[in-house]
Design a binder for this molecule. Structure first.
Ligand code: DAH
Length: 340
């Protein structure tokens, strides 16, 4: 028996020396001191021995046990600190290493243009508002006085989701939402995306941006419309910018007009940008049609209003001399970076 104890001690010692991981050491502990461990079995079997023999062997066995325990403690400690060291080494941070340069993007020219337009209208007391890109056919057409036979409603001109829902073709439905939710005085502008079934070319894109404007109050006249939009043109394109209004037709305004700005490239003399005319068409506008005001339950005897809508890409392209609208959607940083 003494011999066996010695053997257990020697074997444990050797195995613990060879242990490469905490698990290896744990295996030794279970093998020797576990419930069915070698030493545990010996200690358990001692009840069968004579008292004299039991005492002697008991002492020897306890001695081996405490030695094995001590070796186990040391081995565990050793392996744990080795593991810790390895972890530290692996996670070491070199604080002197130069930082990684993160390349910051830049604002998109369409965003810059929307922000410039917004700044001007905010300065004139307009409030920013928004509407959804997925709209009802009612808000996009019917409520804007474009009845069932209006050509813009054609299936080939508009992205329909179903008979009653579409991707808005203009930001004008925000007028309808505003009139339904607010009481005059109203003074809002609404930038946003619009969608039309257009084949992309240098001047057309099936997705584009507009900024809508709406003013409703007592005593609003065409003079207010002209004053506000002329002031907008001067703040947007420079104090020397001049404007002119040409009669036009929109179903939701009466009278309707298009506004031209004196060419900001040549100042009106005529150049490539203005195609020799000296003028550039910039937006549609008009006095809000009574039928539209009525949708919002507004008393058309008491209140009048004006509205306008402009294409953001068109303004950005003219301002920055971009000759193909598709460049705006390619997300080529070499292009976008130029408009910082
Ligand atoms: N929604 C028109 C379009 O997409 C633009 C427009 C014209 C908006 C006149 C207006 C307006 O608010 O009064 O062509």
């Amino acid at each position: 028996m003494q011999e066996r104890l010695k053997q257990i001690l020697e074997e444990s010692k050797r195995q613990l020396q060879e242990a490469a991981s905490v698990q290896d050491a744990e295996d030794v502990r279970v093998k020797v001191l576990g419930k069915k461990g070698q030493l545990t079995e010996i200690l358990r079997s001692m009840g069968k021995l004579a008292p004299e023999e039991r005492k002697e062997l008991g002492q020897a066995a306890n001695q081996v046990r405490s030695e094995v325990e001590k070796m186990l403690d040391e081995t565990f400690e050793n392996l744990k600190s080795k593991a810790r060291e390895a972890k530290f080494k692996a996670e070491k941070i070199d604080v002197t290493e130069p930082g990684k340069l993160y390349k910051l993007g830049t604002k998109h020219p369409v965003t810059i243009t929307i922000e410039e337009i917004s700044r001007v209208f905010k300065s004139m007391g307009f409030t920013l508002t928004e509407g959804p890109e997925v709209e009802t056919v009612f808000n996009n057409f019917d409520a804007l006085n474009a009845g069932p036979n209006h050509p813009a409603r054609d299936w080939t001109d508009t992205f329909y989701v179903n008979d009653d829902v579409l991707l808005r073709t203009q930001t004008s439905p925000v007028q309808v939402r505003t009139l339904m939710n607010q009481k005059p005085p109203i003074r809002v502008f609404a930038p946003g995306r619009c969608f039309r079934c257009d084949t992309p070319d240098a001047t057309h894109s099936p997705m584009f941006h507009q900024v809508e404007g709406l003013v409703v109050d007592e005593g609003i006249t065409m003079a207010d419309l002209k004053g506000v939009l002329d002031s907008f043109a001067k703040q947007m394109f420079g104090p020397e910018a001049r404007t002119k209004f040409r009669p036009h037709h929109f179903p939701f305004t009466e009278p309707s007009a298009e506004m031209d700005v004196s060419c900001f490239k040549c100042g009106g003399k005529g150049c490539k940008v203005c195609k020799g005319s000296g003028w550039i068409e910039i937006l549609g506008c008009g006095m809000v049609h009574p039928n539209v005001l009525k949708v919002g339950g507004i008393d058309t005897e008491k209140y009048t209003g004006f509205a306008f809508g402009m294409g953001v890409e068109r303004i950005a392209m003219l301002k920055y001399g971009i000759d193909d609208i598709r460049l705006l959607y390619e997300n080529d940083m070499r292009f976008i970076e130029q408009f910082k």
